[in-house]
Ligand binder design. Structure first.
Ligand code: PEP
Length: 256
């Protein structure tokens, strides 16, 4: 049985104090102790430390939104995976569509980052997903094939134990348009089949595949109820406790 996982991607939002308040508010809303699901918040780099302190003693974990692939050195402005581990960061989101589209990250770069993050001891949330034009041209599966093969190049079956895939159709990110439950399930089932054929059936069964793209309290139950949807990567709705907590609650109520 795969444990449900809900992660909030704060993107380039909040201030230090707003991030602390959001993290503390979330901890208060979900309550202390074991949640029955995994929960992570991913603030901007600068606020990771403060947010980590704010969730201390709770089951809420902390992730970064990116990292570099080198360990240290002359890479001005970059953050090494080991630095994230050093401050107690648990996760890193890699391959987000905004980094692919706006920052020009290629699958080859994402694969290097994935390998470096895993080697440093971070758990990886690897994002894949097609653009609207690609879906309309019936290229969704081909795009997923390319992104999975490229971004996971060199990653072993053992290493997949600490990789989570996030299926994020680009046309659903921040748009208010959500993939239908059926569209999400079809893409997730495809990705699970990809994992079975490129790794093995055990990896396919064990790997969590999150859905991301305009998830809210009102649609979470339907999406999370799909057989191959193991949680959600949430952007906009993770910025308010009253929006994020119901998504976590929907995950808690969805036992697979
Ligand atoms: C995201 O950025 O990963 C995301 C899914 O955003 P939103 O929930 O706002 O669509």
């Amino acid at each position: 049985m795969r444990r449900m996982f809900v992660a909030g991607n704060w993107k380039m939002n909040t201030t230090r104090q707003a991030g602390i308040d959001l993290a503390k508010g979330l901890v208060a809303a979900v309550g202390p102790g074991e949640l029955g699901v995994d929960v992570a918040v991913c603030p901007p780099f600068l606020y990771l430390d403060a947010v980590k302190a704010s969730v201390a003693g709770s089951a809420v974990t902390v992730g970064a939104q990116n990292c570099y692939f080198e360990k240290s050195g002359a890479f001005t402005g970059e953050v090494a995976p080991g630095m994230l581990v050093d401050i107690g960061c648990n996760w890193v989101i890699l391959g987000h569509s905004e980094r692919r589209a706006i920052l020009g990250e290629t699958d080859a770069v994402i694969a290097k980052k994935t390998a470096a993050a895993l080697a440093a001891g971070l758990k990886v949330i690897l994002c894949v997903g097609e653009q609207l034009s690609e879906r309309q041209a019936n290229q969704t599966e081909a795009v997923l094939d390319t992104q999975m093969a490229g971004s996971l190049a060199g990653i072993s079956a053992d290493q997949m134990g600490t990789v989570v895939i996030a299926y994020e159709p680009v046309w659903a990110i921040g748009t208010g348009v959500t993939a239908s439950n059926e569209q999400a399930q079809a893409a997730h089932a495809y990705l699970r089949g990809w994992l079975a054929s490129h790794y093995n059936p055990q990896v396919a069964q064990a790997t969590r595949i999150l859905y991301g793209g305009s998830v809210k309290g009102s649609n979470a139950q339907g999406l999370l109820g799909q057989a191959d949807v193991d949680g959600a990567l949430v952007g906009g709705a993770s910025l308010k406790v009253e929006d994020f907590a119901p998504i976590i609650q929907a995950a808690r109520e969805t036992r697979k």
